[in-house]
Design a protein around this ligand. Structure first.
Ligand code: HEM
Length: 392
C-alpha cells in the first residue's frame, strides 16, 4: 500500500475556473490525492466513491469539526445510522412521488409560467437571473412552507450559508453574513410554525412538526438551513446546464423537441456532464486501504462526484454532452444512505416542467455569439451567466 500522493502546482482559481482537466489529472494519478489548493484529499474515481458510500462505518458523514455544523447547527445530513434515519424519515412525506406530482408540480408550473411571461416580450435575457435563480428560490420557498418573500432573500440566505460552510480562512465578513442569514431563517420559521402545526399540509416544515416524534426546534432550524443551502443552487444550476447542453448541441435539441419522452434522459445526462454538486465530504474513521492507497484515521476526504461522472473507465468520451450515450447510473445525486432527498422533485421540476416549458414558450431559443455563457465553481458548479435570444 502507498501513501496519499500530493499535487501542489494547481491554483484555487484554476479549480474554480475549470476543474475538469484537474480532475482528470488527479484521477489518473491515484485513487486518493491531496490537492494542496483545496487543502483536501480528493477521491475522483467512480468505483472508489461507490466503495466508500457502501462503507459508512469507515467513511462517516459525521464530522463534529465541520463548519456546516457550526454555521447551520446539528443536521441529519452530517450524521450516520439511526440519527440520520430519523431526520430523513421526518421530511420524507414532502418528497413522495405522489405529493410531487399532485401538489408541487402544478405550483411549480405556475411559477415557471409567470417568470417566462415576464420576459417573453424582451427577446433576450440572461437565464440565470431571469429564470433559473428565481425559479429555484420560489419553488423551494413553497416546499419549505415559508410565507412569500422576494426570491432574492432566500437566494441570499442560501449563498451566505454556503459561503459560511466553506469559510476555512475564517473571514469575519463571511461569518457575519452567514450568521445574519441564520437569524433571518430562524425568524421566518418562527413566523409560520404554529400555522403548519395546526393546518397539516405537504410542506417540509409541516412534515417536520408532524413527525413521530416531532423534530426538536433546534434540529428543525438546522435542517431547514441545510435544505436552503443545498436545495436551491443545484436545481438552478441544473436548469441552466440542461439548457446549455441542448443549445450547444442542436441535433440533440431537435431530437428532444421531436420526442418529448427523451426529456428525462437529457436531464440525467446534463447532471452527469456538469454535476451541480461537484464534491461533498466524508471523514475516515479508521485506517483504510482505498484501492492500494492508505488513508489514515481522521483524514477528511472529498468525494468528487463531478470527477467520477467523467471517469472514462465508466463513461466513453466523458467530456461530451451526449443524450444518446449508453444508459449508466451516475453519481450527481450521491449514493448510499445520503442519496439526495430532492432527486425526484428535481427530475420533475427541471427535466419535465421548467426546461421543456422554456423551449416551448421561447421560439427559436439560441445562444448569443457576442455573449458566451460563463461557468464557475468546483464544489458547486454551473453557468453563472447564460445569455440567450429568442424570437419575441
Ligand atoms: C439537481 C438538483 C440536485 C442535486 C444534483 C443534488 C445533489 C445532492 C447530493 C450529491 C447529495 C449528497 C450529499 C452528501 O452525501 O453529503 C444531496 C443530498 C441532499 N439533498 Fe440534494 N441535490 C439536488 C436537489 C435537491 C433539492 C431540490 C432538495 C430539497 C428541496 C435537496 C435536498 C437534499 C437533502 C435534504 C440532502 C441530504 C440527504 C441526506 O443526508 O440524507 N436536494 N443532494
Amino acid at each position: 500500500m502507498s501513501a496519499v500522493p500530493v499535487v501542489a502546482d494547481i491554483s484555487y482559481d484554476a479549480l474554480l475556473d475549470d476543474p475538469y482537466p484537474i480532475f482528470r489529472r488527479v484521477r489518473d494519478t491515484a485513487p486518493a490525492v491531496f490537492v494542496a489548493a483545496a487543502n483536501l484529499t480528493l477521491v475522483t474515481r467512480f468505483d472508489d466513491i461507490m466503495k466508500i458510500e457502501r462503507d459508512p462505518a469507515t467513511y462517516s458523514s459525521d464530522n463534529p469539526a465541520s463548519l456546516v455544523n457550526k454555521v447551520m447547527g446539528p443536521t441529519f445530513m452530517r450524521k450516520d445510522g439511526a440519527e440520520h434515519a430519523v431526520g430523513r424519515k421526518a421530511i420524507e412525506p414532502s418528497f413522495r412521488p405522489g405529493t410531487i406530482k399532485e401538489h408541487w408540480a402544478p405550483k411549480f408550473a405556475e411559477i415557471c409560467e409567470r417568470l417566462l411571461n415576464s420576459v417573453i416580450k424582451a427577446g433576450e435575457a440572461d437565464l440565470f437571473p431571469a429564470l433559473a435563480a428565481p425559479m429555484a428560490s420560489l419553488s423551494l420557498m413553497e416546499m419549505i412552507g415559508f410565507k412569500e418573500m422576494p426570491w432574492e432573500t432566500l437566494a441570499l440566505w442560501s449563498q451566505s450559508l454556503i459561503d459560511g460552510a466553506g469559510n476555512y480562512s475564517r473571514d469575519a465578513e463571511i461569518e457575519r453574513k452567514a450568521m445574519a442569514a441564520g437569524a433571518g431563517i430562524d425568524a421566518a420559521i418562527e413566523a409560520v410554525l404554529d400555522h403548519h402545526r395546526e393546518h397539516p399540509n405537504p410542506s417540509i416544515l409541516s412534515s417536520m412538526v408532524r413527525a413521530d416524534p416531532p423534530m426538536p426546534i433546534e434540529e428543525i432550524r438546522a435542517n431547514i438551513k441545510v435544505i436552503i443551502g443545498g436545495g436551491l443552487n443545484e436545481p438552478r444550476d441544473a436548469i441552466l446546464t440542461l439548457t446549455l447542453g441542448l443549445l450547444a448541441n442542436p441535433a440533440q435539441k431537435h431530437s428532444v423537441l421531436a420526442k418529448p419522452e427523451l426529456w428525462p434522459t437529457a436531464f440525467e445526462e446534463a447532471v452527469r456532464w456538469i454535476s451541480p454538486i461537484g464534491m461533498y465530504p466524508r471523514r475516515v474513521t479508521r485506517e483504510a486501504d482505498l484501492s492500494g492507497v492508505t488513508l489514515p484515521e481522521g483524514l477528511q476526504i472529498g468525494l468528487c462526484v463531478g470527477a467520477a461522472n467523467r471517469d472514462d473507465r465508466r463513461f466513453a468520451d466523458p467530456d461530451q454532452f451526449d443524450i444518446f450515450r449508453p444508459r449508466q447510473s451516475h453519481l450527481a445525486f450521491g449514493a448510499g444512505a445520503h442519496f439526495c432527498a430532492g432527486t425526484w422533485v428535481s427530475r420533475q421540476t427541471v427535466g419535465r416542467i421548467v426546461v421543456p416549458m422554456l423551449f416551448e414558450r421561447l421560439a427559436n431559443l439560441r445562444l448569443r455569439d457576442d455573449a458566451p455563457p460563463v461557468l464557475r465553481g468546483w464544489v458547486f458548479r454551473g453557468p453563472v451567466s447564460l445569455p440567450v435570444r429568442w424570437d419575441a
